[in-house]
Ligand binder design. Sequence first.
Ligand SMILES: [Zn+2]
Ligand SMILES: [Zn+2]
Length: 139
Amino acid sequence: MDNITAIFREKKLKLTPQRIAVYRYLQSTTEHPSAEAIYKALQPSYPTMSLATVYKALKTLVEVGLVQEINVGEGNFRYDGKVGAHPHIQCMCCNRVDDIEGISFTELNETIKPYTNYDVVTNRIYFYGLCNECKKKSE
Ligand SMILES: [Zn+2]
Ligand SMILES: [Zn+2]
């Protein structure tokens, strides 16, 4: 709690219960939930919080860089409490999204320089495949 207070203060964010709930939830999971999934997960503890409020809280948290918005190409954004650059992998069967740890592709920013006249700032890498559970099911 103290941690969140300090983090929010540093970003000059008002500590609303909704923002805290959304931020805390994202810190507690590695599942990269959608806004709807966050809304459903918070329903039991925050029955009066609407989906619109969840969206608003997410938008603010993304704007100040406390949450990462990831678009895995399903027309539906997922949210990540881990904001450092890291690649993601999505299951093509059940759509779960996982982090890939221990590897970074920041050197790609250098690699593509000869191919563009942009100043390259960052990149996002997504891999697609079959997760363990889906692999087992299909065997
Ligand atoms: Zn799967
Ligand atoms: Zn992630």
